[in-house]
Design a protein around this ligand. Structure first.
Ligand code: B12
Length: 209
């Protein structure tokens, strides 16, 4: 069934992809399997876009399809009320409008007890500073999927430092454009290109793992 979901998603057969995802989500471990398969499909859509076989319209359609599937999949990951182990301010950095990975990470982080304050996408540097002052989180999560977003993350961290807040928080970066080298370049504390690793590292940064 995963193969069929992957194929219909990449082929842009929205009706079929949503139908299979609905069926799969109710099986054991189904929600995680659906999200993993859709992520894999998104990577293929990205490759086809890069190769000039797909265009912006397909990227938009793929984003809509994933958002639709997340509507009934993410609630399955939300567990019962868990005791809070810390707070994170989370946003996609200025210049970047990708939301899907951030939203998945958010739900998984919340399910593990992290209280997530989601400040959205294309977030101006100063808005991170304001949110840190207001919510006093232990952690800040930044999401970035485009190359331009790397400089944006670097600048956001500089602005946080200039505001005298850098030593009060740990910063974890995530999304398709992050790596150890990017983490060092922007001055973050951890990086993750998948949500499960992101949650594990966030807990480590909170001293809870
Ligand atoms: C869908 C999509 C879009 C949609 C987004 C819809 C939406 N609502 O989000 C739309 C159409 C809007 C879009 C626009 C653009 N896109 Co686009 N897009 C994609 C695509 C196909 C999928 C992204 C996605 O959702 N992946 C699935 C999620 C689940 O994966 P993920 O984000 O990596 O998230 C996981 C982890 O990274 C982690 N995670 C995510 N966030 C965080 C945060 C933290 C703190 C942590 C710890 C972990 C974590 O958890 C998630 C689950 O495991 C990618 C291809 C790709 N390979 O990524 C291109 C891609 C990112 N886009 C690309 C481009 C070029 C663009 C545009 C510039 C196109 C254009 N010409 O306009 C614009 C940029 C707009 C902007 N200013 O941001 C390029 C970027 C290349 C680059 N190096 O810069 C890519 C890589 C495609 C490609 N191969 O060329 N895009």
């Amino acid at each position: 069934m995963r193969e069929q979901l992957l194929k219909s998603f990449v082929d842009m057969d929205e009706q079929e992809a949503v139908r299979i995802a609905r069926e799969l989500v109710d099986t054991d471990g189904g929600a995680v399997a659906v999200l993993d398969t859709c992520k894999e499909a998104m990577e293929e859509v990205g490759r086809l876009f890069e190769a000039g076989e797909y265009f912006l319209s397909e990227l938009i359609a793929a984003g809509d399809m994933f958002n639709q599937i997340m509507e009934f999949t993410l609630p399955k990951l939300q567990g019962d009320e868990v005791t809070s182990i810390g707070t994170m301010v989370l946003g996609t950095v200025q210049g970047d409008v990708h939301n899907i990975g951030k939203d998945i990470f958010k739900v998984m982080a919340e399910a593990s007890g992290i209280n997530v304050i989601d400040i959205g996408i294309d977030v101006p540097h100063e808005k991170f500073v304001e949110a840190i002052k207001e919510h006093k989180p232990e952690l800040v999560g930044m999401c970035c999927l485009i190359t331009l977003g790397v400089d944006s993350m670097k600048r956001t961290i500089e602005v946080i430092r200039e505001a005298g807040l850098r030593d009060d928080i740990k910063i974890i970066i995530g999304g398709g454009r992050v790596s150890q080298a990017v983490m060092e370049h922007v001055g973050a504390d951890a990086w993750a290109d998948d949500a499960a690793r992101g949650v594990r590292l966030s807990k480590e940064l909170l001293g809870k793992e």
